[in-house]
Ligand binder design. Structure first.
Ligand code: GLC
Length: 645
């Protein structure tokens, strides 16, 4: 049962697509405090809280505080309250009740989930205007499905986007890209995509290609396509201010950029230097920006990633001026302990300063609205610009699209990657925990930078992360330019990497089928154990996941271990894969086990009555055939598995 309640006069977000009556009664279960602009609900001792999409910490969100306000903060330490996305849907769950709550408000909102008071879940709004959807159901999956129906079907990428992709900030020329493809082929490691970071552009200008570094780009795209490799370029939110650059000139001429109070276009800085931000919330500007993707589609490109769309701001020109003015005050000062910190903070305040989000406005649904009030919708609408354009420009083709920043609703137009993580073991575990929460909110095509974006990866971390990454729909190894090279062929264990990626390709019929079922049936691909088992231990498991209908996975996420504890909520068949055609099988009883998993091994558990199909892998997804399969079964017939093609 789903009901919609309204507080104040919320700005519509377009995240819910189903027309629903607003319930006149007051919001049940919650205590509403208009002065404090808050809603408060008592949590039972056994309540667990699942959801909130891309956030730090555990699968059970209880015990911390989270803020829905998209931030460009690459340091995802466990104290962070916001990351790049705001996906304000969660479920409070115990054996007594399952209550789904969607807080639809485009500005800042805080979820204090037993942080201030252990039995209270307090939602504090900056503006007390929101639509609140409450969903009562008997099961967690039932609640998720009801929610997902009202927000619309999840984005489905092309089949090749389930292959493996190599990315790196710093591939500067077409020859470097060729070399990556050659090295992967030489190592026999399957690959379907190579991502182009900002280096491919001319002076970091969207929808341009550097002729010098990537001559005859169209031919190059085709050459790679002939090898079965898709090039996937990045598109950033900021448009370089430069006379003669068509995107800049058209944007200025038509008034498509975000404006300050005085009507001037806001000037901020990101990679290209001084930029304007397109007003993606304005229907006309969104259509105009979306049409720009045609430039690259016409060159043969069929996938994109949208970045820097919180929007990330290195500085705004106005704030920078204010900082310079204030720096003068410190010039002749002898810095003491207080002034030192003030000064340091002043200088550091230029980047991603939240006050900058109060300096510009959008034309949204016929109203002028200050950015901070609709901040969380910016990345969503950038990706919507692309998604709507693809429907117009190539309605018969699926185009790969994923974004860094998001809000619920964007899941209809693209997937997400979890932004700039680190080559840390804790971020591998974070990746494991974020996946089911993202799925709950409709984001199925998602994944993190495998191996970690910043910091130097170690070979064992990359192996373990790959062993988990083979299950994430977006399976991409990405790293920053100043880090150790992270392509699999750079490491000693090339053969192990080959076996792992081949296993992904062997699992492709299963992964694709389960993804399609999740998308079409409004279900999740990754589920915490608590979604299907109700014994006490299952409710507490934070590092194993159900994956599709047939299997459970238990990734290893610690260094220098040769195995891990695994809890089996029922009797299952363990498969310890070393390669798609090299594995041990063993039936294991319900309960706790310590299981060996060397660096070259992946643990998969087939559930009773279920089937895991495996294909013969190929070097590209197009070489993986869904007809000729072998079936690993546990007390089930192969025919009971429904393959989607
Ligand atoms: C941002 C992105 C990262 C990209 C970099 C350069 O930090 O999150 O993935 O490599 O910008 O474009």
């Amino acid at each position: 049962m789903i009901k919609k309640y309204r507080i104040g006069n919320p700005i519509p977000t377009d995240s819910v697509i189903e027309e629903m009556e607003i319930t006149a009664e007051s919001i049940p279960y919650f205590i509403r405090d208009d002065d404090a602009k808050s809603l408060n609900i008592h949590m039972l001792k056994n309540d667990k809280v699942y959801g909130l999409g891309e956030t730090v910490r555990g699968i059970n969100k209880r015990g911390h505080i989270y803020t829905g306000f998209n931030t460009d903060d690459g340091l995802h330490t466990e104290d962070k309250r916001s990351l790049y996305a705001s996906q304000n849907f969660f479920i409070i769950s115990s054996d007594v009740r399952k209550l789904g709550v969607y807080v639809d408000t485009p500005g800042r909102v805080t979820f204090d989930i037993g942080f201030s008071k252990k039995d209270e879940l307090l939602i504090v709004f900056e503006d007390f205007d929101a639509d609140i959807y409450l969903i009562e159901g008997d099961t967690l999956t039932g609640v998720v499905k009801e929610f997902r129906h009202i927000i619309g079907r999840s984005y489905i990428p092309p089949r090749w986007a389930f292959g493996y992709g190599q990315s790196r900030w710093g591939y500067r020329t077409a020859d470097e890209i060729r070399e990556v493809a050659d090295e992967y082929d030489k190592a026999g490691i399957p690959l379907d995509m190579i991502y182009l970071d900002i280096d491919y552009m001319e002076d970091f200008k969207d929808f341009t290609v550097s002729d010098e570094k990537f001559p005859n780009f169209k031919e190059f795209v085709n050459e790679m396509k002939d090898r079965g490799i898709h090039l996937v370029p990045i598109i950033d939110a900021g448009i370089k201010i430069e006379e003669g650059y068509d995107v800049y000139e058209e944007g200025v001429e038509n008034g498509y950029f975000c404006k300050k109070e005085n009507g001037d276009d806001l000037v901020a800085a990101v990679w290209p230097g001084r930029v304007h931000f397109p007003d993606f919330l304005n229907d006309e500007a969104r259509e105009w920006f979306g049409d720009k993707y045609k430039v690259l589609l016409d060159l043969g490109i069929d996938g994109f990633w949208n970045d820097m769309n919180e929007p990330a701001i290195f500085y705004t020109e106005d704030h920078l001026k204010e900082v310079f003015d204030r720096i003068d005050d410190y010039k002749d000062m002898e810095l003491n302990i207080y002034s030192y910190f003030d000064f340091k903070e002043l200088v550091a305040s230029i980047g991603n300063n939240e006050s900058d989000y109060r300096r510009f406005y959008h034309e949204y649904k016929g109203q002028k609205i200050r950015h901070d009030k609709v901040h969380n919708l910016y990345g969503f609408n950038m990706t919507r610009a692309a998604g709507e354009a693809f429907e117009r420009l190539c309605p018969d083709r699926r185009i790969l699209m994923f974004s860094r920043s998001s809000y619920i609703g964007m899941h209809r137009y693209g997937g997400v990657w979890c932004g700039d993580n680190m080559s840390w073991w804790s971020h591998l575990l974070l990746n494991v925990r974020q996946m089911p929460a993202l799925n709950m909110c409709g984001f199925l095509y998602s994944g993190a930078d495998i191996g970690g974006f910043a910091a130097d990866v170690t070979e064992d971390l990359l192996l373990r992360w790959t062993a988990f990454g083979i299950f994430t729909p977006l399976f991409r190894n990405h790293s920053a330019f100043n880090t150790r090279r992270q392509e699999m062929y750079q490491f000693e264990s090339k053969d192990v990497f080959k076996n792992l990626v081949e296993l992904r390709y062997a699992l492709l019929p299963y992964i694709y089928s389960e993804f399609m079922k999740a998308a079409l049936e409004y279900d999740m691909l990754f589920k915490p154990l608590a979604f299907e088992y109700d014994d006490d231990r299952s409710l507490e498991i934070e590092d194993q996941l159900l994956y599709g209908e047939s299997i459970m996975i238990a990734p290893v996420y610690e260094q220098n271990v040769t195995g891990r504890h695994v809890y089996l909520p029922e009797k299952m068949k363990m498969i310890r894969f070393r390669a798609y055609d090299d594995y041990d099988e063993e039936i294991l009883e319900k309960g706790d086990h310590y299981l060996r998993a060397d660096l070259n091994e992946v643990l998969v558990f087939i559930r009773k009555g279920h089937v895991l199909p495996l294909a013969k892998p190929g070097m590209r997804t197009t070489n993986v055939c869904s007809e000729d399969l072998i079936y690993l079964c546990f007390e089930a017939e192969p025919g009971s598995y429904n393959i989607r093609r």
